[in-house]
Design a protein around this ligand. Structure first.
Ligand SMILES: [Fe+2]
Length: 175
């Protein structure tokens, strides 16, 4: 896939997700913000759509845009958006959305897997998973009004990339 084709797929995914979040602009904005931070961190890790890690970059961007796709059905079905519920409902829904986009099965499967595990912080995780988690925290620190102490703790225990740590410090921990 060329970089231009990948960019087109990312744009279409964003539009489909805006439709998925119809009537809920706060969640639409959350997805776009997480996608923006994920791109900044991926740039910092030298993952580009026209480089040797183009597939990984594409997976990261698609996962950032779709990661919370399970919130809407979790709220509708259970009245709760608890992490495990939205992960369980989100993974198949992400697969269904991506099936419309002519991606390879490997890409669709990995994005779906990331949607299904983005609240799971234990154990080893790939760079795509790591970047998704950091980008989500960079938005949630603000949206959920984390204290500086909690942000520092999260930085120390969960963040690993240089760009993610630098963004968190610049945005939230500078005096
Ligand atoms: Fe999120």
């Amino acid at each position: 896939m060329t970089a231009a084709d990948a960019r087109a797929v990312i744009g279409e995914t964003a539009r489909l997700m805006m439709r998925h979040e119809s009537g809920v602009p706060a969640r639409a904005r959350h997805l776009l913000a997480v996608h923006g931070y994920a791109c900044l961190i991926a740039d910092g890790e030298a993952l580009t759509l026209d480089g040797p890690d183009a597939t990984l970059r594409l997976i990261i961007e698609l996962a950032a845009l779709t990661h919370d796709i399970g919130i809407r059905p979790a709220l509708a079905t259970y009245g709760s958006s608890a992490g495990p519920l939205q992960e369980a409902l989100g993974a198949p829904l992400a697969r269904k959305l991506l099936d419309k986009l002519n991606l390879t099965p490997e890409i669709t499967e990995r994005v779906s897997e990331l949607v299904g595990s983005h609240h799971s912080y234990g154990g080893e995780r790939g760079l795509d998973h790591q970047i998704l988690i950091e980008a989500d925290f960079l938005v949630n620190f603000f949206e959920s009004s984390y204290t500086k102490e909690r942000i520092e703790h999260t930085l120390g225990t969960i963040f690993r990339t240089a760009a993610g740590k630098a963004l968190a410090r610049e945005l939230y921990l500078c005096e």
